[in-house]
Design a protein around this ligand. Sequence first.
Ligand SMILES: *Cc1c(COP(=O)(O)O)cnc(C)c1O
Length: 232
Amino acid sequence: MSINSKLYNEIVADLKKKNATLVAVSKTKPVEDILELYHLGQRDFGENYVQELVEKYEQLPKDIRWHFIGHLQSNKVKLIAPFVSLIQSVDSKKLLMEINKQAKKNDRKIDCLLQVHIAKEETKFGLDEHEFKEIIEATNFTNNTNEGKETFKDICIKGLMGMASFTDDENAVRKEFQYLKSLFDKHSAFSLQPSAFSILSMGMSGDYKMAIEEGSNMVRIGSLLFGERSKM
Ligand SMILES: *Cc1c(COP(=O)(O)O)cnc(C)c1O
């Protein structure tokens, strides 16, 4: 047994009270570990690498909801399009267009989050404020005819995702979460069904409690549940 079921149950109970969804981040972890959590009731799992996700999808129960949370290259979208539940890491319009195309090919709607760059680290992915605004303004997420705008009929933008800086400076992290929450509030009306734009995915093992305080309703927790990952 590598999963601490008591800790898992505590986290789930706590998140339930706060109406937040737990995505168990299983990257680099074996299918046996995922199954342990599955048997405790967990259904939402997050993966960062396309090949790894496809292999796990093939081996594991089909009622798992797979979240893609890593950097996604456009040419790999087709590999996960048939089954992915939520692509949380959309960081360009090019990617959005490819997801829309593959969704149509698979005759399904694919739910997405826009990933916003909120951390100080340059290495992290995500849209900066300028790119974010560009996508919002150039995109018609409604069914209204909207001249000159790109219409994505086969995807649904469900909300935003962000990763805070790795730092001990709690204030800095809190400010990053607050910034993402303010963008989320400002743009929560751009969907035809405003209720569809409802997911704010922020918070990981080290900072999820603070993220919830700042308005997150989806947390992505890996090492706290599965143990530390060995460096790839
Ligand atoms: C790896 C990862 C997580 C989980 O990180 P932990 O610190 O192990 O909880 C969450 N979100 C993203 C985008 C990740 O890449």
